[in-house]
Design a protein around this ligand. Structure first.
Ligand SMILES: *[C@@H]1O[C@H](CO)[C@@H](O)[C@H](O)[C@H]1NC(C)=O
Ligand SMILES: *[C@@H]1O[C@H](CO)[C@@H](O)[C@H](O)[C@H]1NC(C)=O
Length: 243
Protein backbone atom coordinates (compact mmCIF):
# COMPACT_ATOMS: atom_id res chain seq x y z
CA UNK A 1 0.00 0.00 0.00
CA UNK A 2 2.78 2.39 0.94
CA UNK A 3 4.70 1.52 -2.20
CA UNK A 4 1.66 2.10 -4.40
CA UNK A 5 1.24 5.42 -2.62
CA UNK A 6 4.81 6.47 -3.36
CA UNK A 7 4.84 5.63 -7.07
CA UNK A 8 2.63 8.58 -8.17
CA UNK A 9 4.94 11.06 -6.41
CA UNK A 10 8.06 9.39 -7.71
CA UNK A 11 6.88 9.35 -11.33
CA UNK A 12 5.62 12.92 -10.97
CA UNK A 13 9.12 13.92 -9.85
CA UNK A 14 10.65 12.22 -12.88
CA UNK A 15 8.15 13.97 -15.15
CA UNK A 16 9.04 17.36 -13.67
CA UNK A 17 12.71 16.65 -14.13
CA UNK A 18 12.20 15.68 -17.80
CA UNK A 19 10.18 18.87 -18.27
CA UNK A 20 13.22 20.85 -17.15
CA UNK A 21 15.43 18.84 -19.52
CA UNK A 22 12.96 19.51 -22.34
CA UNK A 23 13.15 23.25 -21.76
CA UNK A 24 16.94 23.08 -21.65
CA UNK A 25 17.01 21.14 -24.94
CA UNK A 26 14.64 23.53 -26.69
CA UNK A 27 16.79 26.49 -25.58
CA UNK A 28 19.91 24.72 -26.81
CA UNK A 29 18.37 23.96 -30.21
CA UNK A 30 17.22 27.60 -30.52
CA UNK A 31 20.71 28.79 -29.72
CA UNK A 32 22.28 26.45 -32.30
CA UNK A 33 19.75 27.45 -34.94
CA UNK A 34 20.72 31.07 -34.38
CA UNK A 35 24.37 30.13 -34.84
CA UNK A 36 23.53 28.38 -38.07
CA UNK A 37 22.01 31.63 -39.40
CA UNK A 38 25.26 33.57 -38.97
CA UNK A 39 27.40 34.21 -42.05
CA UNK A 40 29.93 31.46 -42.88
CA UNK A 41 33.34 31.54 -41.21
CA UNK A 42 36.69 31.29 -42.92
CA UNK A 43 39.07 28.97 -41.12
CA UNK A 44 42.53 30.29 -40.34
CA UNK A 45 45.40 28.22 -41.76
CA UNK A 46 45.85 26.54 -38.39
CA UNK A 47 42.69 26.11 -36.39
CA UNK A 48 42.70 26.67 -32.63
CA UNK A 49 41.10 23.43 -31.45
CA UNK A 50 40.13 24.76 -28.04
CA UNK A 51 37.62 27.19 -29.53
CA UNK A 52 35.82 24.61 -31.66
CA UNK A 53 33.03 23.90 -29.13
CA UNK A 54 32.07 27.56 -29.37
CA UNK A 55 31.65 27.34 -33.13
CA UNK A 56 29.77 24.07 -33.47
CA UNK A 57 26.89 24.43 -35.97
CA UNK A 58 28.48 27.50 -37.51
CA UNK A 59 28.66 27.51 -41.29
CA UNK A 60 32.17 27.46 -42.71
CA UNK A 61 33.69 27.82 -46.16
CA UNK A 62 36.79 25.79 -46.98
CA UNK A 63 38.87 25.41 -50.10
CA UNK A 64 41.28 22.65 -50.93
CA UNK A 65 41.96 19.39 -52.71
CA UNK A 66 40.55 16.03 -51.71
CA UNK A 67 42.82 13.34 -50.31
CA UNK A 68 40.85 10.49 -51.91
CA UNK A 69 43.27 7.85 -50.69
CA UNK A 70 42.13 8.43 -47.14
CA UNK A 71 38.41 8.46 -47.83
CA UNK A 72 36.43 6.88 -45.01
CA UNK A 73 33.12 5.12 -45.59
CA UNK A 74 30.59 5.30 -42.75
CA UNK A 75 27.85 2.71 -42.71
CA UNK A 76 25.04 1.96 -42.32
CA UNK A 77 23.34 5.25 -43.14
CA UNK A 78 19.82 5.88 -44.41
CA UNK A 79 18.53 8.76 -46.50
CA UNK A 80 14.81 8.98 -47.22
CA UNK A 81 14.44 5.24 -46.80
CA UNK A 82 17.40 4.34 -49.04
CA UNK A 83 20.28 2.42 -47.46
CA UNK A 84 23.77 3.63 -48.05
CA UNK A 85 26.85 5.23 -46.55
CA UNK A 86 28.37 8.59 -45.77
CA UNK A 87 31.63 9.51 -47.44
CA UNK A 88 34.22 11.41 -45.41
CA UNK A 89 37.31 12.66 -47.24
CA UNK A 90 40.18 14.72 -45.85
CA UNK A 91 40.43 18.13 -47.53
CA UNK A 92 43.98 19.41 -47.97
CA UNK A 93 43.80 23.19 -47.69
CA UNK A 94 46.42 25.16 -49.54
CA UNK A 95 48.81 26.71 -47.00
CA UNK A 96 46.63 25.34 -44.26
CA UNK A 97 45.91 22.26 -42.22
CA UNK A 98 43.98 19.32 -43.62
CA UNK A 99 40.49 18.87 -42.17
CA UNK A 100 37.81 16.16 -42.48
CA UNK A 101 34.72 16.69 -44.60
CA UNK A 102 31.59 14.54 -44.56
CA UNK A 103 30.63 14.94 -48.21
CA UNK A 104 27.30 13.23 -47.69
CA UNK A 105 25.24 10.24 -48.68
CA UNK A 106 25.76 7.64 -51.41
CA UNK A 107 23.43 4.64 -51.77
CA UNK A 108 24.89 1.16 -51.43
CA UNK A 109 23.84 0.49 -54.99
CA UNK A 110 25.86 3.42 -56.40
CA UNK A 111 28.84 3.16 -54.08
CA UNK A 112 30.92 1.42 -56.76
CA UNK A 113 30.57 4.58 -58.93
CA UNK A 114 32.14 6.81 -56.30
CA UNK A 115 35.65 6.60 -57.77
CA UNK A 116 34.39 7.83 -61.16
CA UNK A 117 33.57 11.21 -59.71
CA UNK A 118 36.89 11.86 -57.99
CA UNK A 119 38.42 15.18 -58.82
CA UNK A 120 41.90 16.49 -58.09
CA UNK A 121 40.86 20.06 -58.81
CA UNK A 122 40.57 22.58 -56.05
CA UNK A 123 37.05 22.58 -54.61
CA UNK A 124 35.18 25.08 -52.47
CA UNK A 125 32.93 23.66 -49.78
CA UNK A 126 30.17 25.17 -47.70
CA UNK A 127 29.69 23.13 -44.58
CA UNK A 128 28.71 23.04 -40.96
CA UNK A 129 31.21 22.59 -38.16
CA UNK A 130 30.45 19.52 -36.05
CA UNK A 131 32.18 17.39 -33.42
CA UNK A 132 32.29 13.65 -32.67
CA UNK A 133 28.85 12.09 -32.39
CA UNK A 134 28.33 10.03 -29.25
CA UNK A 135 28.06 6.31 -29.99
CA UNK A 136 25.43 4.23 -28.27
CA UNK A 137 25.79 0.73 -26.90
CA UNK A 138 24.64 -0.79 -30.21
CA UNK A 139 27.23 1.03 -32.31
CA UNK A 140 30.10 -1.28 -33.24
CA UNK A 141 33.68 -0.08 -32.73
CA UNK A 142 35.33 1.56 -35.71
CA UNK A 143 37.91 -0.62 -37.42
CA UNK A 144 40.02 1.85 -39.41
CA UNK A 145 42.50 -0.84 -40.49
CA UNK A 146 39.64 -2.69 -42.22
CA UNK A 147 38.04 0.47 -43.58
CA UNK A 148 34.99 -0.02 -41.34
CA UNK A 149 33.61 3.16 -39.79
CA UNK A 150 30.39 3.38 -37.81
CA UNK A 151 30.50 6.58 -35.78
CA UNK A 152 32.30 9.88 -36.18
CA UNK A 153 35.26 9.73 -33.84
CA UNK A 154 37.02 12.86 -35.08
CA UNK A 155 40.35 12.18 -33.36
CA UNK A 156 40.57 8.65 -34.78
CA UNK A 157 39.60 9.94 -38.23
CA UNK A 158 42.32 12.61 -38.14
CA UNK A 159 44.82 9.95 -37.06
CA UNK A 160 43.76 7.73 -39.96
CA UNK A 161 44.19 10.60 -42.41
CA UNK A 162 47.83 11.01 -41.35
CA UNK A 163 47.63 12.75 -38.00
CA UNK A 164 49.45 15.81 -36.81
CA UNK A 165 52.69 14.98 -38.58
CA UNK A 166 50.85 15.13 -41.91
CA UNK A 167 49.24 18.44 -40.97
CA UNK A 168 45.81 16.93 -40.32
CA UNK A 169 43.70 18.59 -37.63
CA UNK A 170 40.79 16.85 -35.90
CA UNK A 171 38.26 19.27 -37.35
CA UNK A 172 35.08 17.85 -38.84
CA UNK A 173 32.76 19.62 -41.27
CA UNK A 174 29.53 18.31 -42.77
CA UNK A 175 29.06 19.52 -46.31
CA UNK A 176 25.79 21.36 -46.90
CA UNK A 177 23.65 20.58 -49.90
CA UNK A 178 21.53 23.60 -50.74
CA UNK A 179 20.02 22.42 -54.01
CA UNK A 180 16.47 21.27 -54.68
CA UNK A 181 15.16 17.71 -54.66
CA UNK A 182 15.61 17.24 -58.42
CA UNK A 183 19.32 18.05 -58.22
CA UNK A 184 19.70 15.76 -55.26
CA UNK A 185 18.15 12.81 -57.05
CA UNK A 186 20.29 13.37 -60.14
CA UNK A 187 23.42 13.33 -57.96
CA UNK A 188 22.17 10.26 -56.10
CA UNK A 189 21.57 8.49 -59.43
CA UNK A 190 25.17 9.06 -60.43
CA UNK A 191 26.59 8.11 -57.05
CA UNK A 192 27.87 11.59 -56.22
CA UNK A 193 27.74 12.25 -52.46
CA UNK A 194 24.86 14.51 -51.43
CA UNK A 195 25.42 16.67 -48.39
CA UNK A 196 22.94 17.46 -45.69
CA UNK A 197 20.41 20.22 -45.21
CA UNK A 198 21.58 22.99 -42.88
CA UNK A 199 19.43 22.09 -39.88
CA UNK A 200 19.99 21.34 -36.22
CA UNK A 201 19.29 17.64 -35.94
CA UNK A 202 19.68 17.05 -32.22
CA UNK A 203 17.53 14.32 -30.79
CA UNK A 204 14.84 15.65 -28.53
CA UNK A 205 13.04 12.76 -26.85
CA UNK A 206 12.30 14.60 -23.61
CA UNK A 207 8.73 15.41 -24.55
CA UNK A 208 7.84 11.71 -24.85
CA UNK A 209 9.46 11.05 -21.45
CA UNK A 210 7.48 13.91 -19.91
CA UNK A 211 4.26 12.44 -21.26
CA UNK A 212 5.17 8.90 -20.15
CA UNK A 213 6.08 9.88 -16.58
CA UNK A 214 3.08 12.16 -16.04
CA UNK A 215 0.69 9.54 -17.47
CA UNK A 216 2.19 6.90 -15.20
CA UNK A 217 1.86 9.26 -12.28
CA UNK A 218 -1.82 9.95 -13.03
CA UNK A 219 -2.53 6.29 -13.62
CA UNK A 220 -0.89 5.09 -10.40
CA UNK A 221 -2.54 7.93 -8.45
CA UNK A 222 -5.93 6.76 -9.76
CA UNK A 223 -5.08 3.17 -8.84
CA UNK A 224 -4.09 4.24 -5.35
CA UNK A 225 -7.27 6.25 -4.90
CA UNK A 226 -9.33 3.24 -5.96
CA UNK A 227 -7.52 0.97 -3.55
CA UNK A 228 -8.23 3.40 -0.71
CA UNK A 229 -11.92 3.55 -1.64
CA UNK A 230 -12.25 -0.21 -1.94
CA UNK A 231 -10.67 -0.77 1.44
CA UNK A 232 -12.96 1.73 3.01
CA UNK A 233 -16.04 0.17 1.46
CA UNK A 234 -15.06 -3.45 2.16
CA UNK A 235 -17.39 -4.75 4.87
CA UNK A 236 -16.08 -6.40 8.00
CA UNK A 237 -12.65 -4.81 7.74
CA UNK A 238 -11.16 -3.16 10.76
CA UNK A 239 -10.86 0.21 9.11
CA UNK A 240 -11.46 3.46 10.88
CA UNK A 241 -14.69 4.99 9.67
CA UNK A 242 -14.85 8.68 9.11
CA UNK A 243 -18.61 8.94 8.62
C1 LIG B 1 43.32 29.17 -28.44
O1 LIG B 1 42.17 29.76 -27.87
C2 LIG B 1 42.22 29.85 -26.46
C3 LIG B 1 40.87 30.37 -25.98
O2 LIG B 1 40.45 31.50 -26.68
C4 LIG B 1 43.39 30.76 -26.06
O3 LIG B 1 43.47 30.84 -24.66
C5 LIG B 1 44.69 30.18 -26.61
O4 LIG B 1 45.76 31.05 -26.36
C6 LIG B 1 44.56 29.97 -28.11
N1 LIG B 1 45.75 29.25 -28.57
C7 LIG B 1 46.46 29.65 -29.60
C8 LIG B 1 47.61 28.79 -29.99
O5 LIG B 1 46.19 30.68 -30.22
C1 LIG C 1 50.08 29.86 -50.36
O1 LIG C 1 51.42 30.17 -50.21
C2 LIG C 1 52.08 30.49 -51.43
C3 LIG C 1 53.55 30.70 -51.14
O2 LIG C 1 53.75 31.38 -49.94
C4 LIG C 1 51.42 31.73 -52.05
O3 LIG C 1 52.02 32.04 -53.28
C5 LIG C 1 49.93 31.44 -52.25
O4 LIG C 1 49.28 32.58 -52.75
C6 LIG C 1 49.28 30.98 -50.97
N1 LIG C 1 47.92 30.58 -51.24
C7 LIG C 1 46.88 30.99 -50.52
C8 LIG C 1 45.55 30.46 -50.92
O5 LIG C 1 47.00 31.75 -49.58
Amino acid sequence: MVIVGIVPFFTFGLGTWQLKRLKWKIDLIDELEEKLELPPLNFPSKINLSVIPEFVFRKVVVKGRWDHEHTMIFSPRVREGVHGVHVVTPLIRENGSTILVDRGFVSNEKLANLAQHQTDEEVGILGMLRTSQPKNSFTPDNKPEKGEWYWTDVDAMAEYAGGEKAGVQPVYVEQIFGGHAGEASSLLDRGVPVGRAPTVDLRNSHLSYVITWFSLSALTAAMFGRMLLNRRRAPGRKMPRFT
